[in-house]
Ligand binder design. Structure first.
Ligand SMILES: [Zn+2]
Length: 239
């Protein structure tokens, strides 16, 4: 929960939790087909994309820890908008440094946008596991970052009667698709954001499935579908 001096955020969150309706329940909504990618370069992307395999995709969402050259290749081949969040292996964002961003894409960290009447928000980074780690945050730090999203969520809830449809993150929420080691512990702040913003989907990366994908990659939590997109997934949202 928000720390000292952030009572206004607490009030905002209570307002959102009690006023926002679930996801797309009453929203006018255009179908959207998403190519979501994270964490690992998939070599066959270099043959699938030119062959038109993803030609009907409306949107590319990046969940972090991918070379920006890979994202730039995909956005160039598909000619569709790209929104992404940085992971713990990505460089620290610097608007003056071209190497810290994917050209042709939009860094959605702590922002929300509307695409085809779908509200999409972003939350980058992972749990802090190295003192000098980039894009790494403590659980408390993650709560403070989540609080920074609240004014945008409030604006959306007033204007669109819902605050968020899709949340893209690098880290999973705490206790969902995460792991017990420090580097792969999920953010508790994301569980909190899900409860107050009520997105229909949360797409994340960071957690690789080493056991031949035996573990489930989709979980429902508080009416939100949590999807581990590693290494990529095509998701069709109809309503
Ligand atoms: Zn990661």
């Amino acid at each position: 929960m928000c720390k000292e001096g952030n009572c206004k955020y607490l009030i905002l969150s209570i307002y959102l939790q009690n006023t926002c309706i679930d996801g797309f329940s009453t929203a006018k909504f255009d179908p959207v087909k998403i190519l979501a990618v994270s964490d690992q370069v998939v070599e066959r992307m270099y043959t699938l994309a030119p062959a038109g395999h993803f030609k009907d995709v409306d949107l590319i969402l990046g969940c972090g820890d991918l070379p920006y050259s890979y994202l730039e290749y995909i956005v160039t081949m598909l000619c569709t908008p790209l929104y992404y969040v940085p992971g713990n292996h990505d460089p620290e964002f610097n608007s003056q440094d071209a190497r810290s961003k994917a050209e042709g894409g939009f860094n959605l960290d702590l922002k929300t946008i509307i695409y085809k009447n779908t509200i999409i928000g972003g939350f980058g980074g992972s749990i802090q596991y190295r003192p000098d780690g980039v894009n790494q945050y403590s659980q408390t730090g993650a709560y403070l970052r989540a609080c920074a999203l609240l004014p945008k969520l409030l604006f959306n809830s007033i204007r669109y009667k819902r605050s968020l449809d899709i949340l893209i993150t690098h880290s999973p929420p705490f206790g969902i698709h995460d792991d017990s080691d420090q580097a792969h512990q999920g953010f508790k702040a994301l569980n909190w954001l899900i409860k107050i913003a009520k997105p229909k989907y949360l797409l994340h990366g960071h957690t690789h499935f080493y056991r031949n994908n035996i573990s489930d990659s989709e979980t429902i939590y508080a009416n939100t579908k949590i999807v581990n997109v590693y290494p990529y997934k095509v998701i069709e949202i109809k309503k």
